[in-house]
Design a protein around this ligand. Structure first.
Ligand code: ADP
Length: 370
């Protein structure tokens, strides 16, 4: 077992209120390796912050254990756990300079002025705030304030740094810039970062581990690529986005494939894993990545390779996105079947709204959902 200093294990964690009548989270089991960047992702109210607060030591679980570096920390104060939290509001002291804000925790811990200034200056360099060391927080941009907040949390040398929606107060441009900075800081410091967000792309861009949550439970935990390219169920596929989710019934099974018929589309071919227990008449949910779907005009009567499957639809909407074009067709629930076509390919195909099209994909690119 990995018991590095920042290795975290959540073992059967639950948090309930009103003598168990309601719960914020339930049955949480997760291992987060030392030095990794982990994002808890989910809509508001799904229990992300509750987990963060329990790891931090601001709240205790009603059941289960939280192990940091192999030691159960339930009941210990944040200082004893060696965790530090960076809050959404940054909570900087407005009357203290950048240096004094960053050195504050060292003052509380009784370090001499000389020692704490030396450590603060080292940290100021790490977060690239050298020229702002003597400024007050009010004289800094949002992104700079955030770096101060991060430095202030990191100076205590925690083994785990917890970040609650750290980028939500920033405008989009800055958010993307700070996202990269957070990742760089995490690598530089070499400690475990746990970050809570409701923004899919933020989690995908930052994380070694993405934990997708729904109503107090973990739906899927894995690398960003796993979550995006192999969502486990309909909830994860729809929440992460970039996917077409189709529901149908199996009309036929032949060797390693099934024919699937739906209300909004005809018949498609779906691969089945070895040892599957699927049978005729069973309902199946599948996901196909939008960037795996190619569109061809039906009128062109295209020849399709045997490895392809297709559905027919009519183009409902076209949205230019720069490097790709988002084309929506009316072949799924709520007309929500979309192809992300590379820009050049889209213009070669010459599609317009109202055209009848074949939406084509390789059957191996189908993801079976639980
Ligand atoms: P998130 O961070 O994902 O938005 P939270 O962890 O803040 O979600 O909350 C998860 C659930 O727990 C919510 O339904 C919330 O209403 C509930 N909850 C949080 N704190 C309390 C409390 N003190 N008493 C009762 N319910 C609470």
């Amino acid at each position: 077992m990995n018991t590095g200093k920042g290795h975290i294990e959540l073992a059967g964690i639950g948090k309930s209120y009103d003598d168990g009548a309601s719960f914020a989270v339930q049955g949480i089991n997760l291992k987060i390796p030392d030095g990794s960047y982990c994002c808890f992702l989910g809509p508001s109210g799904c229990g992300k912050s509750t987990i963060l607060r329990m790891i931090a030591g601001h709240e205790d679980p009603t059941e289960g254990k939280i192990l940091i570096g192999g030691e159960n920390v339930v009941g210990l104060a944040p200082v004893e756990r060696r965790t530090a939290m960076m809050f959404q509001s940054y909570a900087l002291f407005p009357h203290l300079s950048v240096r004094d804000n960053i050195a504050f925790a060292l003052r509380v811990r009784g370090l001499s002025v000389k020692d704490r200034n030396a450590k603060a200056d080292e940290m100021i360099e790490k977060v690239h705030l050298g020229e702002f060391a003597n400024r007050l927080p009010g004289q800094l941009s949002g992104g700079q304030q955030q770096r101060v907040a991060l430095a202030r949390a990191a100076i205590t040398e925690p083994r785990v740094l917890l970040l609650d929606e750290p980028l939500s107060a920033l405008d989009e441009h800055l958010r993307i810039q700070m996202r990269a900075e957070l990742r760089r800081m995490q690598k530089d410091l070499g400690i475990t970062f746990i970050h809570v967000t409701h923004t899919q792309m933020e989690a995908i861009a930052l994380s070694d581990i993405v934990v997708v949550m729904d109503k107090g439970h973990i739906r899927q935990a894995g690398s960003a690529r796993d979550i995006y390219s192999a969502p486990r169920d309909r909830y994860v596929a729809e929440f992460i986005g970039g996917q077409n989710v189709l529901s149908g019934r199996i009309s036929d099974i032949d060797k390693g494939t099934a024919r699937l018929g739906g209300d909004t589309f005809g018949q498609i071919v779906v691969p089945l894993p070895e040892g599957h227990r699927k049978s005729k008449g069973e309902k199946l949910d599948i996901a196909i990545r939008r960037d795996d779907v190619d569109l061809r005009p039906v009128a062109a009567q295209p020849d399709l390779p045997p490895s392809a499957t297709s559905i027919v639809g009519r183009v409902q909407a076209i949205e230019y996105q720069g490097n790709y074009v988002k084309v929506q067709i009316d072949a799924a629930e709520n007309d929500d079947f979309v192809s992300f076509m590379p820009e050049r390919k889209f213009y070669e195909a010459g599609l317009t709204v109202g055209d009848a099209v074949l939406a084509v994909w390789d059957i191996q690119h189908t993801q079976l959902l639980a």
